[in-house]
Design a protein around this ligand. Sequence first.
Ligand SMILES: Nc1ncnc2c1ncn2[C@@H]1O[C@H](COP(=O)(O)OP(=O)(O)OP(=O)(O)O)[C@@H](O)[C@H]1O
Ligand SMILES: [Mg+2]
Length: 226
Amino acid sequence: MTEAQEYKWAIVAEGLHRQYGTLQVLKGVTLSIEKGKMVAIVGKSGSGKSTLLHILGTLDSPDSGSVSICGMPVTGLKSKALASLRSKHLGFVFQFHHLLPEFTALENIAMPALITGMKKKEAFKRAGDLLGYLQLSARSDHKPNQLSGGEQQRVAIGRALMNEPDIILADEPSGNLDTETSIQVHQLLRSITTDMGKSLVIVTHNADLAALSDHIYEMKDGLLIS
Ligand SMILES: Nc1ncnc2c1ncn2[C@@H]1O[C@H](COP(=O)(O)OP(=O)(O)OP(=O)(O)O)[C@@H](O)[C@H]1O
Ligand SMILES: [Mg+2]
């Protein structure tokens, strides 16, 4: 696969269909996300937001339709090529942070780079810098169960940033947090787009938090409405 050239659109999805058994979840979703923008996807429970996010993140394939990431068509790529593309270009933040319980905040953040072969010293240096950016330097040696929910989610955001992705996909990153903490998490995600020029797609139930985005789309009846 060729490396990403200069590109305008972080994600282009065209005519995405996805069904589970007889249930048609996506009925022709088309979406373009400009580089450096933050986009929110809202919609009722079961409307297909996570299904769409997984397809945009190449974690699932559509039945028909196509996806391009950073100008590269990804539909039909083999799993090895997709894994490589994900580790270079995409970062994920989920509702439940999925941090590794046996590892410290620093180690959890460093993990994606250690997996792709970065030297330990370099990875820990970068993870330490990210902890600073996340204002969590004092929690570096804490394991997940020694962190608050908001701190755990900030560590998960650090982990998503570790390999310097172009795009971050977040599925209800604050779904599990109280109002004040979820505002902090969303402001952090907003500042990542502003400070670092990353593109961000965020699925949320919270209208105030969606309002921090550049564009809001609603999933309804299998389609995305602007
Ligand atoms: N792997 C699967 N197999 C069968 N049905 C599925 C599968 N994944 C999702 N669905 C169904 O597809 C529909 C859309 O699910 P999805 O998780 O995308 O909704 P959502 O908008 O993210 O909902 P929520 O806000 O509750 O997270 C639901 O009816 C769900 O039950
Ligand atoms: Mg969901």
